[in-house]
Write a protein that binds this ligand. Structure first.
Ligand code: SF4
Length: 259
């Protein structure tokens, strides 16, 4: 977005999330490039990375957009580290130019393999970027359930580095429990102190003592309807109420212990 504003300030015509058609027209496939400078015919594809390293898959993606847009188009991939942001210095950005002409043959060959696979309704497992859906690209890919159909996670003892993740989870869980206990303790103490001073605080009147001003006011109780109980009691949710009903996401319960 910042880059788009800068380009616009330089009188460039830009488009964010620009649709880029590719593949046979009958398939109607659309990619979306992060930013396109239509004046100079440059596409920018950004990704987040603390290391700001170059990523060849992003270069292929950007080269794919440029190739689809036409022979004059250039491409840039932009690594962004937004984990350290300051008002004055902003955050770290490292652009890498992409040699679209140099990658064009690989791009076209890859696209042709995808088109063939879709047309035939079958795909070559060797074409996958990874044989596990845990790969970063696959995690964000809408075809993962097809590509990795039938995938079963390896046995825990065969996973390299699993013990490190387990231990990190144990430590975070323990820190979290201590923090929650601390919050509960602070709330209890706060409530005790409130009781100590309550009788000296008439409702709505600020009272000062020792440089501290406290005002106690009353907040009306929230009105809520327990829809789950309502339906369990045999009632049906009226149709007028349905737009206001939201279904919470299913959650999980984890128990992390040491042996
Ligand atoms: S899931 Fe997506 S990114 Fe991963 S191999 Fe399959 S098509 Fe490629």
């Amino acid at each position: 977005m910042i880059q788009a504003k800068r380009l616009e300030a330089d009188a460039k015509t830009v488009e964010c999330e620009m649709e880029v058609p590719w593949g046979p027209p009958e398939f109607g496939w659309r990619g979306h490039v992060d930013l396109a400078n239509l004046t100079d015919k440059v596409v920018f594809e950004a990704y987040h990375s603390k290391e700001l390293e170059f990523r060849d898959v992003k270069a292929m993606q950007a080269a794919g957009y440029a190739t689809s847009l036409g022979p004059d188009w250039r491409a840039v991939v932009v690594a962004i580290d937004a984990t350290d942001v300051t008002r004055d210095d902003g955050f770290a950005v490292r652009p890498y130019p992409v040699n679209v002409a140099g990658l064009r043959a690989r791009v076209l060959e890859t696209q042709a393999r995808v088109v063939t696979a879709v047309a035939l309704g079958e795909w070559n497992p060797d074409d996958r970027v990874s044989d596990t859906p845990k790969h970063a690209e696959c995690q964000a890919c809408p075809f993962s359930s097809v590509c990795h159909a039938g995938w079963t996670p390896p046995a825990p003892q065969d996973v390299v580095g699993l013990e490190t993740s387990f231990d990190a989870l144990r430590i975070v869980q323990s820190d979290l429990s201590h923090a929650e206990a601390k919050v509960a303790d602070l709330k209890r103490m706060r409530d005790e102190y409130r009781e100590d001073v309550r009788e000296y605080l008439p409702l709505g009147v600020p009272v000062e003592s020792g440089g501290v001003v406290i005002r106690r006011s009353e907040v009306a109780g929230r009105v809520s309807v327990k829809l789950a109980d309502f339906t369990k009691a045999g009632f049906t949710i009226p149709s007028e109420l349905e737009p206001f009903v939201s279904q919470g996401q299913p959650s999980e319960r984890w128990k992390v212990d040491t042996v």
